[in-house]
Design a binder for this molecule. Structure first.
Ligand code: AFP
Length: 289
């Protein structure tokens, strides 16, 4: 099942075809390099390698005006002007959850296709999604016309769920950050949720969000006492995941509003991220009001 916009289809096909290679390329790249990403985090060899691989391929697509990555300080100008009608800006977290590489746990690749120059609001996204490197390599692609899950194998993608929809009854939750670092209002909300749902937290956004998409519930990485803006990046993680979950019938929030309405100041802005069933996110916003 392809995406009707030819540029968006080229982007998602490039990512899905690269996923098999990325998964294979993790072997032998489990160490770290003595460099930091723009967010000040130590980079894994695989972070740098996956970013170079995807950056080269995505920047070469006609109609992609900008390429930006969690691993690069600056935006790559690809020639087409993304503010013009037929060009897009692609923002990628090439390897999300790379600290799970050492422990061989789930990881992902996240992408957002913005119809605006970066940094951009999430409501300028025309497509977003992720690859999940789990027992099976899967990919979720959301556009304004579809939200579909695929299994990836040998560079091809096969539909496994034509219309991904968040289950109405929430079952799982996962909250990031250390409990002593949670603000009191979030901790009170978390205690309620903990008494109602089952804990599922794997330390990689994509694995945890895919549990929520599959079983219903909520994932949150809240603003912390030590870091009120939270850990996750708006352009590369919050917006794409917020877009996917909202397209699946759920809600997203930074604690007070949809992530897709947050005005970015900088390409690497961090934001609190909450996604999941509408009633859970509504309760969160009430708790933090
Ligand atoms: P790494 O890419 O450094 O592993 O961070 C993963 C991540 O950005 C996101 O995927 C997780 O939801 C979150 O950080 C986990 O953060 P904690 O390690 O603080 O739980």
């Amino acid at each position: 099942m392809t995406v009707s916009d030819p540029v968006v289809e080229s982007v998602v096909a490039t990512i899905s075809r690269s996923a098999t290679e990325i998964r294979q390329g993790l072997i032998g790249r489990r160490g770290t390099v003595d460099e930091e990403n723009p967010s000040g985090e130590t980079q894994a060899e695989a972070d740098v390698w996956a970013d170079e691989l995807l950056g080269d391929r995505l920047a070469a697509i006609d109609g992609v005006g900008q390429y930006a990555s969690e691993e690069r300080a600056e935006i790559v100008d690809c020639g087409d002007d993304p503010s013009s009608t037929d060009a897009y800006a692609v923002a990628v977290d090439p390897l999300d959850g790379s600290s799970n590489l050492k422990s061989n746990n789930a990881m992902g690749t996240i992408f957002g296709v913005y119809d605006a120059a970066l940094p951009a609001r999430g409501d300028t996204l025309v497509a977003a999604g992720f690859v999940l490197y789990g027992p099976i390599t899967t990919m979720v692609i959301a556009t304004d016309e579809l939200i579909t899950e695929y299994e990836l194998s040998g560079g091809e993608r096969t539909v496994v769920d034509r219309d991904v929809t968040l289950p109405a009854e929430p079952v799982v939750y996962g909250f990031g950050g250390r409990v002593p670092d949670w603000p009191d209002d979030f901790r009170a909300y978390a205690r309620e949720i903990e008494s109602e749902l089952k804990l599922r937290y794997g330390g990689a956004l994509i694995g945890d969000v895919n549990q929520v998409l599959t079983y219903g519930g909520t994932f949150g990485y809240p603003g912390l006492e030590s870091r009120p803006e939270g850990k996750l990046r708006l352009q590369f993680e919050g917006n794409p995941i917020g877009y996917v979950v909202e397209r699946a019938g759920g809600r997203s929030s930074n604690g007070s509003q949809s992530l897709l309405t947050v005005e970015p100041d900088d390409l690497h802005d961090r934001t609190p991220v909450h996604v999941g069933n509408e009633e859970l996110i509504d309760r969160l916003e009430d708790a933090l009001a």
